[in-house]
Design a binder for this molecule. Structure first.
Ligand SMILES: [Mg+2]
Length: 109
């Protein structure tokens, strides 16, 4: 059942979140993984746009999955993948409940 396990499922945004301090977030991610929590990158990017995100995770040696929602609301998208995110870390929290609006298409958040 969603959100009832002891380990925390953390959804971490990439653009303007991870990218603002990769060194700091890498340490955070490694620490939380070591504590048994689950960390995953969840981005509004398309899968094609997210290829470089996966490369970046490899560069930082972070064994975390990357989910690309293609501008769709992140929480609903993750639920559809069978994953309930407990904690969100994002410079744009609205992206978890709202799909990108047409007027802002082209921006990554
Ligand atoms: Mg962002």
């Amino acid at each position: 059942m969603c959100c009832e396990e002891n380990n925390i499922f953390i959804g971490l945004d990439y653009d303007d979140t991870f990218t603002r301090d990769p060194v700091g977030w890498a340490e955070f991610v490694k620490m939380m993984l070591a504590r048994g929590h689950e960390v995953m990158i969840v981005t509004w990017r398309t899968p094609e746009e997210a290829v470089e995100v996966g490369h970046d995770m490899n560069y930082w040696k972070l064994p975390v999955p990357v989910y690309a929602t293609s501008r769709k609301a992140k929480m609903k998208y993750m639920f559809e993948q069978g994953i309930c995110i407990d904690v969100v870390i994002d410079d744009n929290p609205n992206s978890w409940t709202t799909s990108m609006q047409p007027q802002s298409a082209g921006l990554w958040n």
